[in-house]
Design a protein around this ligand. Structure first.
Ligand SMILES: [Zn+2]
Ligand SMILES: [Zn+2]
Length: 398
């Protein structure tokens, strides 16, 4: 990784409670946790939802017996932002060192985060107590308005509008600005301004998009969350380059999130729906996005003719004949002349024997672009897609 590169990895993107439903599998069900890694190896973890467990596993793979040193920022103490802490295995090893940053809660007093961890691991809620966490831990109290500098990264902190308080963070790195502002409800002018100050000119702005604009004004008013529409408003007013919708509602299926992202992109083209395993890389302000490959199960190499209909990066519609060379139950690998947009939908019409089920000799499928590569010696783009679930969750069950 070059000195000027910063990587933002999404380990948990779901709000409120983890989900394991198949209908939420593509975007992912772990609760909030992201990691920001700078070119010189400084590591910032923001929020400790269940996604933190996956990050711990990844650290074990990359560090082995080498010590880990990381800075952990916690926005607030609601379950979905702390749940992963007892399952973050690097905390159990004494060679590791974690610097925690969070605010003093009026309900907990001094050492709020330490108390949270003690309570989380207290009897009878957890089998072992805090003394088993052998890693060196330091706790720093921060509050809205604070400015810090850690390993050359400037960090600004602001209060957001959320029950029992919540902090938003702005990380200014040599390659660009990353802003994390989740668990926030619009409508309080001073705090709305805080958010815009925090987000001003951000290269990556991570926004709480839990509710629909309708829910926000009706049954979920006062719950402390925001919507994709508000994300567009903030992104425009603050001159943001990339808007990332985050903290997805546990009841939002992948299909619903696809629709939310489509609506958002109609108003703000550089929008993304945070998905587990997604990595955004900023290098000299250039951005690259990669999705986790969610194609699981057996893959079959083959030769399946198909017609692909979609939209390019520039938003131009295209239709092209191709051959699917690798197919699994969950997705396929295609080679295309056109470069479709990441996280955009493709219609895949696969050639099939003409029979009663397929009178026109085609199987229609919906796919979502999760990967785009340029293999050496191949002049077309290799495009990885996952198929959309055909099952409508509302129609399942008796
Ligand atoms: Zn939350
Ligand atoms: Zn919360």
């Amino acid at each position: 990784m070059s000195q000027g590169t910063v990587k933002v990895r999404f380990w948990g993107v779901r709000g409120s409670t983890p989900t394991v439903d198949r209908t939420t599998w593509r975007y992912g069900g772990n609760t909030p946790c992201i990691e920001i890694e700078t070119g010189d190896g400084a590591r910032f973890v923001v929020d400790c939802g269940t996604g933190l467990r996956i990050l711990g596993r990844r650290y074990a793979d990359t560090f082995g017996e080498q010590p880990i040193d990381a800075f952990v920022f916690i926005t607030h103490y609601h379950w979905d932002h702390i749940q992963g802490l007892p399952f973050f295995y690097p905390l159990y090893s004494e060679q590791n060192h974690f610097h925690f940053y969070s605010f003093r809660s009026e309900y907990l007093g001094p050492d709020s985060l330490k108390r949270v961890m003690q309570t989380q691991m207290a009897l009878p809620y957890f089998p072992v107590d805090l003394s088993v966490l052998k890693a060196k831990r330091e706790y720093t109290e921060i509050a809205g308005g604070d400015k810090l500098e850690i390993r050359g990264i400037k960090i600004s902190v602001q209060w957001l509008n959320h029950p029992q308080g919540c902090l938003g963070f702005r990380f200014e790195t040599p390659s660009g600005v990353v802003v994390y502002a989740t668990d926030n409800e619009p409508g309080v002018p001073k705090l709305d301004q805080n958010l815009r100050d925090l987000a001003a000119g951000a290269d990556i702005y991570i926004h709480d998009a839990q509710y629909t604009p309708e829910q926000l004004t009706t049954n979920h008013k006062g719950w402390g969350h925001s919507s994709w529409q508000e994300g567009v408003n903030v992104a425009r007013e603050a001159g943001v380059r990339n808007l990332v919708l985050f903290h997805h509602d546990p009841d939002s299926s992948d299909r619903m999130l696809d629709a939310i992202l489509r609506n958002t992109r109609q108003q703000f083209a550089n929008a993304w729906a945070a998905s587990e395993g997604m990595v955004m890389t900023l290098d000299e302000k250039q951005m690259d996005v990669v999705m986790r490959d969610t194609r699981t199960g057996q893959r079959r190499e083959g030769f399946f003719r198909a017609t692909i209909v979609g939209y390019t990066e520039e938003g131009r519609a295209f239709e092209e004949e191709t051959v699917i060379r690798d197919l699994s139950l969950h997705g396929a690998l295609l080679y295309l002349d056109n470069l479709p947009r990441l996280q955009s939908e493709l219609q895949v019409l696969m050639e099939a024997p003409v029979d009663e089920l397929h009178p026109d000799g085609r199987i229609p499928l919906r796919g979502f672009v999760i990967r785009r590569e340029h293999p050496p010696g191949e002049n077309r783009h290799a495009v990885g897609i996952v198929f959309a679930e055909e099952v409508d969750p509302d129609r399942v069950g008796g």
